[in-house]
Design a protein around this ligand. Structure first.
Ligand code: FE
Length: 359
């Protein structure tokens, strides 16, 4: 927080004073020098994160207790934080960047933001399909992209696969958020990995044709629309459904009660899973602490906090959470495709969605 306040208020004020008195460069050099010295002396880690969950407080304070390294948390939207790190360039104080969806991690990698990490701990703890083969980023929790349906309109077992979403019998019956959203681009990336581009394009065209309405809102809006009968089928990440199940608002719990859940493709390749994850940054002033923090996130204790904070599953095998909503959703088989391939497929996924008019 200390650093964030400093950049937010102190720097602009100093710049303003300096520019009017003609000593801008000298003032900036003084400020930069001070900040750098302070950060090198302090036992701190500057964490740029797009997560804002209560359990994260415990996550960070336990790291500080174990290592003596204090965490300065800089929060923001995923895309805004990436732009910020890029613009800060070599002077960026960011040590670790955490975001959601491999599509965004892949984009941050393409922007050259990460420094690859070689760590036996991370490589042994995190399954190979949930991390970048080059060590730029690592998954720390996982979420599934599921199909939900209105129980009054669809029988259990009627929809079993993502491929079913393109079946003409669902014409005008499906709700999704925008095709351009990173979650749908990643789902398409997974389907491209399984079916190849040609069949994936036919699938995308089928889904676009089956939409009940032009895409609007987030995943929760699709769940609510399906429960309200505006459509019969919706696509959502698991944690949005879990939030409704665990909501303290009766009307939100009623939305979940009206919906059936499908973990698609259980008889075949398994359901598409995506990750929350992060990596250390190229210009990190505290590289050693940054790697220590990533390794801590892969520990049993941190895995539970990290996953539970957003109703997700740990990536480290045999670490269990005690989340009633996840338990209620049941067991599942996850796809084994390396998640890095899904990130790489995103630009072509967008081109296909553009061609078929899945906006
Ligand atoms: Fe989300």
């Amino acid at each position: 927080m200390k650093f964030d306040l400093w950049t937010k208020y102190a720097l602009p004020v100093l710049a303003l004073i300096a520019s009017s008195s003609g000593v801008l460069l000298a003032a900036m050099a003084f400020v930069a020098g001070t900040a750098e010295n302070a950060s090198a002396q302090d036992n701190v880690l500057n964490l740029y994160s797009a997560r804002h969950y209560q359990t994260d407080e415990a996550l960070y304070s336990n790291f500080t207790k174990a290592t003596g390294v204090k965490i300065n948390l800089i929060e923001g939207g995923e895309d805004a934080l990436m732009e910020r790190i890029k613009n800060e360039g070599v002077n960026s104080p960011a040590d670790v960047f955490i975001t959601v969806d491999v599509g965004r991690l892949w984009r941050a990698e393409q922007m050259g933001l990460f420094a690859p990490v070689k760590s036996k701990t991370l490589e042994s703890r995190i399954p190979a399909n949930y991390r970048d083969p080059d060590g730029n980023w690592f998954g720390f929790s996982r979420r599934a992209r599921i199909i939900v349906y209105n129980k009054a309109a669809i029988k259990p077992g009627e929809i079993a696969t993502y491929e079913d979403l393109a079946d003409p019998k669902y014409k005008g019956r499906i709700c999704t958020r925008s095709g351009s959203h990173v979650y749908n681009l990643s789902l398409m990336g997974s389907i491209m990995g399984a079916l190849g581009e040609e069949k994936s394009e036919a699938w995308a065209k089928g889904v676009a044709t089956n939409l009940a309405r032009p895409p609007k809102g987030g995943d929760t809006d699709q769940l609510k629309a399906a429960a309200a009968g505006e459509c019969d089928v919706a696509v959502s990440n698991t944690y949005y459904f879990a939030r409704l199940l665990r909501s303290d608002k009766a009307d939100e719990r009623q939305v979940a009660e009206k919906l059936g859940v499908v973990f698609p493709n259980q008889a075949g390749r398994g359901t598409h899973f995506n990750i929350s994850g992060g990596g250390t940054l190229k210009h990190a002033p505290h590289k050693e602490a940054a790697v220590k923090f990533l390794e801590y996130l892969a520990s049993d204790e941190a895995q539970v906090y990290f996953a539970d904070g957003n109703n997700e599953w740990p990536v480290v095998p045999n670490v269990a959470t005690n989340n009633p909503a996840l338990k209620a959703m049941g067991a599942f088989k996850a796809e084994t495709l390396n998640i890095a391939a899904i990130g790489k497929n995103q630009p072509n996924a967008q081109k296909i969605f553009d061609r078929v008019g899945y906006k």
